[in-house]
Design a protein around this ligand. Structure first.
Ligand code: GFB
Length: 347
């Protein structure tokens, strides 16, 4: 990618897109194009075509998606499949039509079968049934990989796909209903600590700053409200058994991998998709105790068995990306500290 090339980052306000834009700007790319979803609704085919015809981006990083944690995925099923398929189809088709030199499509490790051999290799795609709690999202993300592949095969485009593991970091979604586990636990442990310390004004400030979800009435007294979220002065509720394993990649590492792939590798070298992860996973229980220490929460932890566990383990095999010359840098502890510091800096 030339430093003065026009690069469109779709989804620049999200966790991934915002990190990619920061990295591009730090690396001296001068023409980064962004549009908010209000300015350009990527679900509308004609609007997407008009945008590509007018702006003529040379490179595209597709980080726009409808995303969420286990509960959001299994609740808003139609939105997760429709929005993600239509966004990918519109962007890929316009990228082909308006001569984009290279496109990076971002997916997720949940595209792989629920019981895939561990660690999961790229070739395990479509070798078994998917995890039901995220099947709509996974099907849409698989469709996006296949769109890129078949446009490359039929039209000779250079559209590549990266499959990151579970991501986290600054600018994540901290809404306790729709968020992934890591930001949810950072916020829950923080609120639980404030409750033990009887810092009700700080709790109110936090609840007013970022939506908590579940249609909760913010006028309730803080202790009563937090109890509805599984937070009391004695304990904090984790969803599920805490036994599933997850692999967590700090988002700035993903952005680094995105630019690395865009600068150096093409579809011919990468193939249908490449995994992006750390190569290490932890039990949700272990993640909880790490966050507990960083936040300095001193209460107990209980488990809410009515909430789903999801897939038991989804550790990515990252040897393909390693062999290309990239590996992650940020340890989980360091990434968690950065994420908690960022969270506190907004309060
Ligand atoms: O991160 P998460 O929501 O999604 O949940 P997935 C991971 C695990 O953490 C599950 C447990 O076993 C949850 O039950 N967990 C414990 C919690 N406490 C909490 C909590 O307070 N909030 C949340 N959210 N989880 C998503 C997929 O799966 O991961 C997407 O649904 C996508 O499609 C994404 O692939 C990366 O890791 O299970």
């Amino acid at each position: 990618m030339e430093k003065n090339a026009k690069i469109y980052v779709a989804g620049h306000r999200g966790l991934v897109g915002s990190s990619v834009v920061r990295k591009l700007q730090n690396d001296g790319y001068a023409k980064v194009i962004t549009k908010t979803s209000k300015e350009l609704d990527l679900r509308r085919q004609t609007d997407v075509e008009v945008f590509f015809e007018r702006e003529r981006p040379e490179y595209v990083i597709l980080a726009a998606a409808k995303v969420g944690g286990i509960l959001a995925n299994s609740t808003y099923t139609a939105e997760f499949i429709y929005d993600n398929i239509i966004i990918a189809a519109n962007v890929v088709q316009s990228a082909y039509r308006y001569g984009v030199k290279k496109l990076l499509n971002l997916g997720s490790s949940c595209i792989y079968p629920k019981f895939a051999p561990q660690p999961i290799k790229e070739e395990h795609l479509l070798t078994g049934v998917l995890e039901p709690t995220n099947e709509p999202y996974a099907v849409a993300k698989i469709a996006a990989i296949k769109l890129c592949r078949y446009y490359n095969e039929q039209y000779g485009t250079n559209f590549i796909s990266g499959m990151p593991t579970n991501l986290y970091g600054p600018h994540d979604n901290f809404n306790l209903e729709t968020a992934h586990v890591l930001p949810s636990l950072v916020r829950k442990f923080h609120l639980a600590k404030l409750l033990i310390q009887k810092k009700y004004d700080e709790i109110k400030k936090d609840l007013n700053m970022t939506a908590v979800g579940f249609n909760l009435n913010l006028n309730l007294d803080p202790a009563h409200l937090l109890e509805k979220l599984g937070i009391t002065t004695e304990y904090l509720m984790l969803w599920g058994s805490g036994e599933p394993y997850r692999e967590f990649l700090y988002v700035d590492d993903l952005a680094d991998a995105c630019i690395f792939l865009m600068e150096r590798y093409n579809y011919k070298e990468i193939g249908e998709c490449v995994n992006v992860g750390t190569g290490e996973d932890v039990k949700i229980k272990e993640l909880a105790s790490l966050i507990q220490k960083i936040v300095k929460y001193e209460g107990a932890i209980k488990h809410d068995a009515s909430k789903p566990d999801g897939t038991p383990k989804k550790l990515l095999d990252v040897s393909r990306l390693k062999s290309l010359g990239w590996q992650s840098k940020t340890s989980l502890k360091e990434g968690l500290r950065n994420t908690y510091d960022w969270y506190l800096s907004r309060l």
